[in-house]
Design a protein around this ligand. Structure first.
Ligand code: GSH
Length: 201
């Protein structure tokens, strides 16, 4: 059985758990990181030298970086629906996966640090700037979803998973958010999928 080091509350682990649900893959979650600690243990560092989660162990094949894990699992299962074989369709999925990691995740992380993880209230102008940045980036997704039902086109793919996890995090934070109707419609749909249900189990 697949082993995933991490815990579901961590967004990058949540992506992998959600993908396992989409692919019908049984997995064992080994709690490390966050309140569980253990990321600096030499045994864990020998698996993942970054001391971050998630890490996947597939019968001795060790892999870190959540989006590399998503692609690996989809290819392993030959799930061309989630990660298309066609070069251009796959490139669109990659575009959104890379963008989520490089831009959207950072914007949400900034909001988390300024609110729920802040030891003192954040200066109003810094919070407003971070809120505006998140609005702008989620607005890019909203615009895409105004022209296609899913993030990377006509079907649910890997691209929907990290962005769905980011929307979930964003909408649970005590911040001001732009009203984004296409994003709301899409999130209501993807969050109701059985894969996402594993995250609230
Ligand atoms: N780029 C990495 C980032 C991994 C990462 O930063 N994970 C966070 C959790 S979402 C972490 O390990 N935080 C330390 C902790 O939870 O203790 C990935 O996508 O897997």
């Amino acid at each position: 059985m697949l082993k995933i080091w991490g815990h579901r509350a961590a967004p990058n682990v949540a992506k992998v758990v959600w993908a396992c649900g989409e692919l019908g893959l049984e997995h064992e979650l080994i709690p490390v990181g966050g309140p569980h600690g253990g990321l600096d243990e030499p045994a864990y560092r020998s698996l993942n030298p970054n001391g971050r989660i998630p890490t996947l162990d597939d019968e001795g094949f060790i892999l870190w970086e959540s989006h590399a894990i998503l692609r690996y699992l989809a290819r392993r299962e030959q799930a061309a629906g989630l990660y298309p074989a066609d070069a251009r369709q796959a490139a669109k999925v990659d575009q959104w996966l890379d963008w989520q990691a490089a831009h959207l995740a950072q914007a949400v992380r900034d909001l988390v640090r300024l609110t729920v993880k802040a030891s003192t209230p954040a200066p109003a102008e810094r919070l407003a700037a971070a809120e505006a940045e998140a609005d702008e980036l989620f607005g890019i997704v909203d615009a895409a979803l105004g022209t296609s039902p899913y993030v990377a086109g006509h079907a649910f793919t890997l691209a929907d998973i990290p962005i769905g996890v980011a929307v979930r995090r964003w909408t649970t934070l005590p911040v001001k958010r732009a009203s984004l109707p296409h994003l709301s419609r899409w999130f209501g749909e993807v969050w109701a999928r059985p894969g996402a249900a594993l995250l609230s189990a």
